[in-house]
Design a protein around this ligand. Sequence first.
Ligand SMILES: [Zn+2]
Length: 339
Amino acid sequence: MEPWYGNLQNYYKQKLASGLKRLIIDYEPPVFNVCFCERCRKVFAERFSLPVDECLSLPPKELQAKYREQWGQFRAWQNGQIVKLHCAIIHAIDPEVNVGLCSWRGTEASARSGADIRLFEPEAAFHAPMIYTFGLSYHDAVQETCARTTAPVLPFIELADISQPRSLTPDELRMNLLSTGLSGGGGAYMWVGMECFDAQYLGKIRQAVGEIATMREAVPWSRDAVDWLEVQAAANVTRSITVDGEEIPIYSAYPEPFVRHHIWGADDGAVVALLNYDAEKPYTMRVKLITDREGAFEVTPLFPATQPAKTFTSAELRDGVTVRIPPEGLAAVAVRSAN
Ligand SMILES: [Zn+2]
């Protein structure tokens, strides 16, 4: 371990001497190109009970191709041991330092390849997964990541075009921040390029943070599932046909693939927030009471806040409250028990 261990200890001692209480470690297992030394190959064979001779002799590319999944898991594990050692050294110097992990996304798919961010709990005080995408793909990754961990999630968002085919638009940034907050995320780290200091981006950051604050003030965000409300596609009359001179409406009530919803709260009140990822088309959904509980409910439109609060009977709420979500936008209502 020496002199490596001592050098690392000194490195962190110097860094933490300033009173630093929060830092981020990069956890990116180098799955593809290292390390094929004899010692690593032996440990690899042992770990997955593979033929030792073969693991020692196969050329690197063939070894990786033959045991693709195991190799990924092995690299992630070995890299993870290094991360855990760093955390231990840091906490031995100062137990109060919050170590965050800049990592892969915390999805089931990442976990299957060996890079499960939950392996670093409790060492990691928070997760900062690199979710360098936007739209539905960002939404679904951040939602799954937040759902699979109890540690705070503050994703890295790439604003510049360094890791993406193009830079995010201001509206895409707002949607990323909204989906992070609605999933329970605790914030975000943004990689910025020169183009991102534009006032439009700053305006959208301010807007998204304000919207999240309004929704969380209406009903504090909570992880507990709400089982008495549900969101369904409204039966939209898309067109009508004429049969024997009579006009017959044709309804469309399929699940909307561009819409995602989040519901949180408790028995006495909940917020239902809906995100529309279609940049061109508004969608209409219905928020419905799905249990047989009785009483009155006050429904307050939060976004868009064009209507005053209105009281519904349980029968009316079972029929549903119509919510219209603007293109590439947000809609939200607060539903509170009014008994
Ligand atoms: Zn090695």
